[in-house]
Design a protein. Structure first.
Length: 312
């Protein structure tokens, strides 16, 4: 799901590095700052889960993506149920943006796309997701001030690194350009994500919370990260049992191991045809160039940064 980078309005730079474009007048005691600083370690751990690293590389199997969508459905159903319950509670009301943020209906559309009209009969809540859901319900019913942590962690991530994951999923799974299957990542009622995130942080900073409560919110945000990492680990275990899927029009991607003549692109040369060499070996040769290495390092850093705000 992650150095400041300037970007045009709605551009990728803006999406990836929104934290660096915050209002310079924020105080270290503001809740948004406390959350940013207090969850850095959780960000680092979350972005290094195997599931997220594979996702960023486009190594996401369709069946696993479907299961991840199911987990999101149950998570957001719980979160938005509790947000609705507390929409008039002063400890949460300023952060209630159902029209702009709520994701449940978008996830229903995605599940219908992947599973059909009878999708409800084909899905179930996993063990790790159920633990997450139970915690959200407990917070909403008994400690609503901590609901801020779950809402902030999820929605700000969806508007940031989640937008990068949207592009990766669409490309890797060859999903329609009309965005079926990835409606979850589409916020039709937010015209400027950067401005909305600034508004959200301002509203959060204006909440009447004492120091002790703010610390509890930060602690809860770290708890939310742990729940998400548990879901990612669960998905990773499931993914290992799933069969490999063909890529690039049905050809498996050559990983450089074994006989290079098995690379489908190498077959042309064996048949005496003119054509480019194996992409894998071409890529290896290019990767040895200093300039290419520098660019690759920068890209990896950007991708990892993007994931940090989706890991939830």
């Amino acid at each position: 799901m992650p150095s400041a980078m300037e970007g045009s309005e709605g551009g990728e730079g803006e999406i990836l590095h929104y934290e660096e474009t915050e209002d310079d007048n924020v105080s270290p005691t503001d809740l948004s700052e406390l959350l940013k600083e207090g969850t850095k370690e959780s960000h680092d751990r979350a972005e290094n889960t195997q599931f997220v690293k594979d996702f960023l590389k486009g190594r996401i199997k369709k069946e696993l993506f479907k299961l991840a969508t199911v987990a999101l459905y149950f998570t957001y159903s719980a979160l938005e149920e509790e947000m609705d319950r507390n929409k008039d509670n002063q400890v949460f009301a300023p952060l209630y943006f159902p029209l702009e943020l709520h994701r449940r209906e978008a996830l229903v559309k995605d599940l219908k796309y992947f599973y059909g009209e009878d999708w409800k009969e084909k899905i179930q809540c996993s063990e790790a997701t159920q633990h997450y859901v139970d915690r959200i319900h407990h917070v909403g019913q008994h400690e609503p001030e901590l609901l801020v942590a779950h809402a902030y962690t999820r929605y700000m991530g969806d508007l940031s690194g989640g937008q990068v994951l949207k592009k990766v999923a669409q490309r890797a799974l060859k999903l329609p350009s009309t965005e079926e299957g990835i409606q979850f990542y589409t916020f039709d009622n937010i015209s400027n994500a950067q401005q909305f995130k600034q508004l959200y942080r301002a509203r959060m900073n204006a909440l009447d919370l004492d120091k002790n409560t703010k610390e509890k919110v930060v602690e809860e945000a770290n708890r939310a990260f742990r729940f998400n990492m548990q879901v990612f680990d669960e998905l990773d275990k499931i993914g290992r049992s799933l069969p490999e899927e063909a890529q690039d029009g049905g050809f498996p991607v050559h990983d450089g191991k074994g006989d290079p003549r098995k690379c489908p692109y190498y077959a042309d040369k064996l048949a005496g045809k003119a054509g480019p060499g194996c992409p894998y070996h071409t890529a290896v040769a290019l990767a040895k160039q200093p300039l290419v290495q520098l660019v690759m390092a920068a890209c990896v850093a950007v991708a990892a940064g993007a994931a940090a705000w989706y890991l939830m």
